[in-house]
Design a binder for this molecule. Structure first.
Ligand SMILES: Cc1cc2nc3c(=O)[nH]c(=O)nc-3n(C[C@H](O)[C@H](O)[C@H](O)COP(=O)(O)OP(=O)(O)OC[C@H]3O[C@@H](n4cnc5c(N)ncnc54)[C@H](O)[C@@H]3O)c2cc1C
Ligand SMILES: *[C@@H]1O[C@H](CO)[C@@H](O)[C@H](O)[C@H]1NC(C)=O
Ligand SMILES: *[C@@H]1O[C@H](CO)[C@@H](O)[C@H](O)[C@H]1NC(C)=O
Ligand SMILES: *[C@@H]1O[C@H](CO)[C@@H](O)[C@H](O)[C@H]1NC(C)=O
Ligand SMILES: *[C@@H]1O[C@H](CO)[C@@H](O)[C@H](O)[C@H]1NC(C)=O
Ligand SMILES: *[C@@H]1O[C@H](CO)[C@@H](O)[C@H](O)[C@H]1NC(C)=O
Ligand SMILES: *[C@@H]1O[C@H](CO)[C@@H](O)[C@H](O)[C@H]1NC(C)=O
Ligand SMILES: *[C@@H]1O[C@H](CO)[C@@H](O)[C@H](O)[C@H]1NC(C)=O
Length: 505
C-alpha cells in the first residue's frame, strides 16, 4: 500500500517498492464560491499569447498533478509555467492589472485548496524554475524557486556536496525553505531558512529584488520564516558543503514498549545536542485500523556512513517487533524516488514543547482517546511524528541578525507533527475533528505540565493554528509592519490577490 509516511521517514528507495500506478481522482470538488472568471480569463488569454505551450486551461490540464487530493480537486481558471524571474514579474503585473486572484506552487505539498492551487484564479507553477548552479568556490549554490528536493540533491551529488534539504524528494525548495526547513542535517548545519544567504524575489509591485543581510535587511529577516507573505522567490542562494553517504535504519516497537522507548528517545536527543551532531532520530506513533494495533516506529540516522551507530544501542536493546533494517546511501539516492501524487487527502497539525518524557507519554494516551472517539470510521489514518529541534540548530538561528521564528532557548525543543490521511471525502469531517481535538487536548496537557513552547511550525500547521502569534508578539508586529511597507495595497494578503496558506495580515 502506498503510504506517504513510509516515504516520509524511511527514505531508503526500497521502502517505496510496491507502489502501483493508479490514475489520480480528478473530480472537481473545490469550485470557487464567487465569480472571478472574467478578470482571470483576460489574464489567462494574455499569458496564452505570451507563453505558448506553458499556459494550461484547467479543463484540459490533464497532466497536472499534486500531492494532496483536495488540492488536486481545486478548480482554477488556468495554470502558467514561467521560466524566469522576469516572466514571474510580468505575470504578477498582469494579475494585478486584471485584479485576478492567484496561488503559487513549488513542490505542492500543502494541504488546503488555495495553498498552491488557486481556487478560481491563476495557478503560478514555478516547476520550470528548477536549476541548481554551484558557485566556482563550491561554497554556495543558486537554487531555482520551483526546484524539488530531489532535483537539488541530484545536482549537488556529482560535486560531493549537499545542502540543508528535506527528507522527501518531491517536497519543494520553496515552501520548505520559506517556512523553516527541518533536515536530517539540522544539528550540523541548522534549519534550511538559516542557510539562505540571498533571495531573488518578485515583490508586490512586480519589481525583482535581491534580498540579503545587507540589501533589504528587513525583508531578509521576514523571508526567514514569513512564508508566502512577502513575494515570489525565484531563487535561493544557499550554503552547500561536502557530504558523503549517510546511515538510515528503521525499527518498530510494540505498544507495550512505548514508555521505555520514549525515555530512550529523549536520551538520544540529548546525545545529539551534547556529543554528536551526526545523530538524528525521528519516531512515529500510529494506529492501524486494519490490524487494530498501535506501533512506535523509529527512524535512526547518522550523517556519516556508519552502520548501527552506538548512540542507538540502548534503544535497540528494547524488545521490538522486527529486526533493525537499513543501510548506507547518499542523500541524492534516498530522495530520488518520485511516485504518483493526489492519492490521499491529508491534514497536518503541530505542537512544539520543551523536553518532557511525561508529556510524550500523555500525548500517546491522548492519541488513543481520540482514536477511540473516531468510533468505527475506517480509512482515517492518524500518525504522530516526533523529533527534536537540536540545540545547535537553535543556536544557528541567531546568525545574520536572526530569523522570524522566535525560537530562542537553551538546549533542544521537541516538535510534533500530527498527520492524518484518508482517501474518501466522506471522512473529511471525521479527520478534521480528530486533528482539532487531538491538538487541543495535547496543548492543554503541555500547559498543565508547563512545557508548552508557543512555536507552531508553519509547514506542519493546521488551518486555524495561529502560526504568527506563535513567533511572539514582537516578531508578529515586525512582520506585519514589513508586509505593509512593501505591499501597501495588500496585493499579497488575504483580502488581496494571494489569499492561500498562512497570512500575516
Ligand atoms: C511527504 C512530506 C514530507 C515532508 N518532509 C518535511 C521535512 O523533512 N522537513 C520539513 O521541514 N518539512 C517537511 N514537510 C513539510 C513541507 O516543508 C511543507 O509542506 C512545505 O510547505 C512544502 O513546500 P512545497 O513547496 O512542496 O509546497 P507548496 O504547496 O508548493 O508551497 C507551500 C507554500 O509556500 C508557497 N511557496 C512555495 N514556493 C514559493 C516561492 N518560491 N515563493 C513564494 N512562495 C512560495 C506556496 O505559495 C504555498 O503557499 C513535508 C511534507 C510532506 C507532505
Ligand atoms: C501530457 O504529457 C504528455 C507527455 O509529456 C504530452 O505528450 C501531452 O501532450 C501532455 N498533454 C497535455 C494536455 O498537455
Ligand atoms: C551567494 O551570496 C553570497 C553572500 O551574499 C555571495 O558571496 C555569493 O557569491 C553568492 N553566490 C552565488 C553563486 O552568487
Ligand atoms: C526541471 O523540470 C523539468 C520539467 O519537469 C525537467 O524536465 C528537468 O529535468 C528539471 N531540471 C532539473 C535540473 O531537475
Ligand atoms: C531477528 O533476526 C534473527 C536472526 O537473524 C531471527 O532469529 C529473529 O527472529 C528476528 N527477530 C525478529 C523480531 O524479526
Ligand atoms: C464499532 O463497531 C463494533 C462492532 O462492529 C461495536 O461493538 C462498537 O460499539 C462500535 N463502536 C462505536 C464507537 O460505534
Ligand atoms: C466513500 O464512502 C461512501 C460512504 O461510505 C461510499 O458510498 C463511497 O462508495 C466511497 N467512495 C469511494 C471512492 O470509495
Ligand atoms: C517596489 O517596491 C519596493 C519595496 O517597497 C521599492 O523598494 C521599490 O522602489 C518599488 N519599485 C517601484 C518601481 O515602485
Amino acid at each position: 500500500m502506498w503510504s506517504i509516511y513510509v516515504a516520509y521517514l524511511t527514505v531508503l528507495p526500497f521502502a517505496t517498492a510496491g507502489v502501483t500506478a493508479v490514475n489520480a481522482i480528478r473530480s472537481r470538488d473545490y469550485a470557487p464560491s464567487f465569480s472571478q472568471e472574467g478578470s482571470c480569463q483576460q489574464a489567462c488569454e494574455t499569458f496564452a499569447s505570451e507563453y505558448p505551450g506553458r499556459l494550461h486551461y484547467e479543463d484540459v490540464d490533464t497532466n497536472f498533478t499534486i500531492w494532496d487530493q483536495k488540492q488536486l480537486q481545486t478548480v482554477y481558471v488556468c495554470r502558467v509555467e514561467p521560466e524566469s524571474a522576469s516572466e514571474v514579474s510580468n505575470i504578477v503585473q498582469v494579475l494585478v492589472d486584471n485584479w485576478c486572484r492567484f496561488a503559487v506552487k513549488c513542490g505542492g505539498h500543502s494541504r488546503y485548496p488555495d495553498d498552491s492551487v488557486s481556487v478560481g484564479g491563476v495557478t503560478i507553477d514555478l516547476g520550470l524554475i528548477n536549476s541548481t548552479v554551484v558557485s566556482d568556490d563550491r561554497t554556495t549554490a543558486i537554487v531555482g524557486g520551483g526546484a524539488l528536493t530531489r532535483q537539488v540533491f541530484a545536482a549537488l551529488d556529482p560535486y560531493g556536496l549537499a545542502y540543508v534539504g528535506g527528507r522527501v524528494g518531491q517536497v519543494g525548495m520553496g515552501g520548505f525553505t520559506l517556512g523553516g526547513g527541518t533536515s536530517v542535517l539540522a544539528a550540523k548545519y541548522g534549519w534550511a531558512l538559516d542557510s539562505v544567504l540571498e533571495y531573488e524575489i518578485v515583490l508586490p509591485n512586480a519589481t525583482i529584488a535581491t534580498v540579503s543581510e545587507t540589501q533589504h535587511p528587513d525583508l531578509y529577516y521576514a523571508l526567514r520564516g514569513g512564508g508566502n507573505n512577502f513575494g515570489i522567490v525565484t531563487s535561493f542562494n544557499v550554503t552547500v558543503f561536502p557530504q558523503g553517504q549517510v546511515y538510515t535504519g528503521s525499527r518498530t516497537f510494540g505498544d507495550d514498549q512505548t514508555d521505555r522507548f520514549l525515555e530512550e528517545a529523549e536520551k538520544v536527543f540529548t546525545i545529539e545536542d551534547a556529543e554528536d551532531t551526526n545523530v538524528v532520530l525521528e519516531y512515529r506513533y500510529a494506529y492501524s485500523a486494519a490490524q487494530d494495533r498501535y506501533t512506535m516506529s523509529s527512524t535512526q540516522r547518522y550523517a556519516e556512513p556508519v552502520s548501527n551507530p552506538p548512540a542507538f544501542d540502548a534503544m535497540n536493546a528494547i524488545p521490538a517487533l522486527n529486526n533493525l533494517s537499513g543501510g548506507i546511501t547518499s542523500l541524492a539516492a534516498s530522495t530520488s524516488f518520485s511516485g504518483p501524487l493526489g492519492r490521499t487527502r491529508n491534514i497536518f497539525a503541530s505542537l512544539t514543547h520543551y523536553p518532557s518524557v511525561e508529556l510524550g507519554k500523555r500525548a500517546i494516551l491522548i492519541f488513543k482517546d481520540n482514536v477511540l472517539s473516531l468510533g468505527n470510521v475506517t480509512g482515517v489514518n492518524p500518525e504522530l511524528i516526533t523529533y527534536s529541534i537540536p540545540a545547535a540548530a537553535i543556536e544557528n538561528m541567531r546568525a545574520r541578525g536572526g530569523n522570524a521564528l522566535g525560537i530562542d532557548v537553551q538546549g533542544h525543543l521537541v516538535i510534533n507533527l500530527l498527520s492524518v490521511s484518508w482517501s474518501n471525502s466522506t471522512n473529511d469531517g471525521a479527520a478534521y475533528s480528530f486533528a482539532d481535538r487531538f491538538i487541543e487536548d495535547f496543548r492543554r496537557a503541555a500547559e498543565r505540565l508547563d512545557v508548552l513552547h508557543p512555536f507552531i511550525y508553519i509547514n506542519y500547521a493546521n488551518k486555524g493554528q495561529d502560526v504568527f502569534s506563535g513567533y511572539g508578539e514582537e516578531n508578529k508586529k515586525k512582520l506585519i509592519a514589513i508586509q505593509e511597507s512593501i505591499d501597501p495595497r495588500g496585493v499579497f494578503t488575504s483580502s488581496g490577490l494571494w489569499p492561500g496558506f498562512f497570512k500575516v495580515r
